[in-house]
Design a binder for this molecule. Structure first.
Ligand code: COA
Length: 162
């Protein structure tokens, strides 16, 4: 990627939802380049593998211009520094997200003082979506059309055949 303001958007993305895509679009208005990085996050026991989550993100975005999708293991702050990102983007959906995000932002700053955390808020219509909620609805045969991109809907249907 050429020079320009680069940010890292890390997350578990198990799977990506329309709420994440909303944050990605907003982040691209602020930063020239955005690296979306899937954290292995084995504590969360993801339904999709790292490479499946990366593929789902790529297949869910209309435009990949100025965007790179990858996965990483280890510390987010260290990874941000290694790719030359000046910022870590995180989405805040509701006040309940704030405490955890604030703690992460301060910890990441301690680990990597020259990488700032930037908080963005999604459209309020996406403020209650979470990946777990979407998986729960899909597993029980509910309609998830208004929560996820088509690519995710197709792959979730394969994971949870009716
Ligand atoms: N729209 C919809 N859902 C959203 C969202 C948005 N805009 N923003 C967050 N979410 C949801 C996610 O779907 C997820 O839902 P789930 O818990 O049901 O799976 C939840 O909010 C949190 O997801 P995410 O934003 O992906 O954060 P995370 O907690 O899964 O990931 C990491 C946090 C990966 C960034 C963090 O654990 C990390 O940095 N790990 C690497 C190790 C490290 O550096 N540790 C020290 C950190 S200080």
């Amino acid at each position: 990627m050429p020079d320009g303001l680069k940010a890292l958007y890390p997350g578990t993305f198990d799977p990506i939802t329309l709420g994440h895509i909303d944050i990605i679009k907003r982040a691209r208005k602020v930063f020239d380049f955005l690296v979306i990085a899937v954290a292995s996050n084995l504590e969360k026991k993801p339904l999709f593998t790292d490479s499946e989550r990366v593929a789902l993100i790529r297949n869910s975005l209309d435009k990949l211009e100025g965007i790179e999708v990858t996965s990483f293991d280890g510390l987010t702050a260290k990874f941000a520094k290694s790719i030359g990102a000046t910022a870590i983007v995180r989405g805040i959906r509701a006040f309940s997200d704030f405490e955890f995000e604030f703690q992460m932002a301060l910890t990441n700053r301690k680990l990597q003082p020259d990488v700032e955390t930037v908080f963005l808020t999604p459209d309020e219509k996406h403020s209650y979506i979470s990946s777990s909620l979407v998986k729960d609805i899909a597993r029980r045969g509910g309609d998830i059309t208004c929560f996820v991109p088509d690519a995710v809907k197709i792959e979730l249907a394969k994971k949870y055949p009716s």
